[in-house]
Design a protein around this ligand. Structure first.
Ligand SMILES: *Cc1c(COP(=O)(O)O)cnc(C)c1O
Length: 431
């Protein structure tokens, strides 16, 4: 086959025959949509249609697509070098990004390990915690305590701390390290706090503390495990209990980082600092894959005293210069913008315009935090059918399980956001 200038039908034929998509079956492939370009909050389809994007490509494209400043950062770096190994080498984009991350993340996180994806940054965080306790002569502290309904990625160690049900632990039970689970926080973000909300967590922590290296959780927003927003007091309580019982705290800010919830990092809601923190997703404004694991000096000093003496990790594409350059540009762009004003505006509009969904008999809950709007249905939705309706309504919204949700670019205009919310209201309540 001549692969130059493929027609749309040739692209679809290759796709159906050979290409895996996330959580897909090649025996019964679901429809895919052919995107030819993207600009701002618009995706251009091969058939000429244009869709307003509600997903930011899964939390990532916070400034929209094809942004002149981000394009410029990539092309400028490209003319210098696209990649160089990180063993024994430093380059300006990595130094700038490390300093920026140290400056904007909660004190005293000040050591940075770069990696290629969110899941890998979680693996690294877990390995840091394990090596830390090995150094203290406490190698038996090698398990993690985490929350049900959590999501931390798809690699094996990350999977071991995902929700045991939606994370499909039974499929891999023989190979997953058995971790400790506490119930998912029952308190909603805006709900009055009651101390017994933390009781199960405290119970699990105290019961297993001799074996626990760390607690890992998504601060304030549990993302792919159910889009649940929980109380600031819960997170404060977790930090206090970790301190009291000498267990490290890992915050997975891969989805929440860089402003999405209304704070630069969701830990700021509780005024806490984790011992180890993972960032990814919107780190590069959605341009390239890059993640980082930060830790405080207590952790890095500990690892330095461990038997290995070094931290045992080193990805081939660690601190890729192109990715670091665009991450620097994305963070600069974010901090130079009125991002808090934008998030507040999006939040108010989502609250107002998604509220009518509450009246639908099929809707269980509507919730909004920052630039995240969620409509939870009573039952799992037919993703392919709903997706088709959304495309016909001119928007790109991809539901999963019982959840129809949007997390638009921070610079989305009010009229475009209205198109997203109108499509949700209409598609969920036809006729
Ligand atoms: C997406 C996500 C991950 C995994 O990141 P990948 O880049 O997909 O490997 C981990 N944790 C959270 C909270 C996420 O949202």
């Amino acid at each position: 086959m001549n692969l130059k200038n493929l027609s749309a039908s040739q692209i679809h034929a290759i796709d159906q025959a050979h290409v895996w998509h996330p959580y897909s079956s090649l025996s019964q492939p679901l429809p895919t949509y052919h995107v030819t370009s993207a600009k701002g909050v618009r995706l251009q389809l091969g058939d000429g249609r244009e869709l307003i994007d509600g997903m930011s490509s899964w939390w990532c494209a916070i400034h929209g697509y094809n942004h002149p400043q981000l394009n410029e950062a990539v092309t400028t770096q490209l003319t210098k070098m696209s990649h160089v190994m990180f063993g024994g080498i430093i380059h300006e984009p990595a130094a700038q990004l490390a300093q920026r991350l140290v400056d904007i993340t909660p004190e005293p996180l000040n050591k940075v390990f770069f990696s290629d994806s969110g899941s890998v940054s979680v693996e690294i965080a877990m390995k840091m915690a394990l090596q830390f306790w090995q150094a203290k002569g406490r190698a038996e502290k090698n398990r993690l305590l985490t929350l049900r309904k959590g999501y931390h990625g798809d690699t094996f160690a990350a999977m071991s701390v995902c929700d045991p049900e939606t994370g499909m632990h039974h499929l891999f039970s023989e190979v997953l390290h058995p971790q400790v689970f506490s119930e998912s926080p029952r308190c909603r973000f805006d709900e009055a706090w009651q101390p017994d909300y933390l009781a199960d967590f405290e119970h699990q922590l105290i019961n297993h503390k001799e074996q626990l290296a760390a607690v890992i959780l998504e601060p304030i927003v549990q993302g792919a495990g159910g889009m649940h927003f929980y109380s600031v007091d819960y997170l404060k309580g977790v930090r206090a209990l970790c301190d009291e019982h000498d267990v490290l705290l890992i915050a997975d800010e891969i989805a929440t980082g860089f402003g999405r919830t209304g704070k630069l990092f969701a830990c700021e809601w509780a005024g806490i600092s984790p011992d180890i923190m993972c960032v990814g997703k919107s780190l590069t404004g959605g341009y390239m894959t890059l993640a980082a694991t930060l830790c405080n000096e207590r952790v890095s000093d500990g690892i330095g005293e461990s038997e290995a003496g070094v931290f045992m990790h080193g990805p081939t594409f660690m601190a890729n210069p192109l990715a670091c350059a665009v991450a620097n540009a994305s963070i600069e762009l974010l901090l130079a913008s009125d991002w808090q004003g934008n998030i507040a505006r999006i939040e108010a509009q989502l609250k107002d315009q998604l509220a009518p969904c509450k009246a639908h008999g099929t809707v269980a809950d509507v919730r909004v935090l920052g630039a995240i709007g969620v409509v939870e249905m009573n039952d799992a939705v037919d993703v392919a059918a709903l997706q088709k309706s959304f495309v016909e309504a001119g928007v790109w919204i991809r539901p999963f399980a019982k959840l129809v949700y949007v997390m638009p670019a921070f610079n989305i205009e009010a009229a475009d956001l209205s198109s997203l919310t109108a499509a949700i209201v209409e598609v969920l309540n036809p006729g």
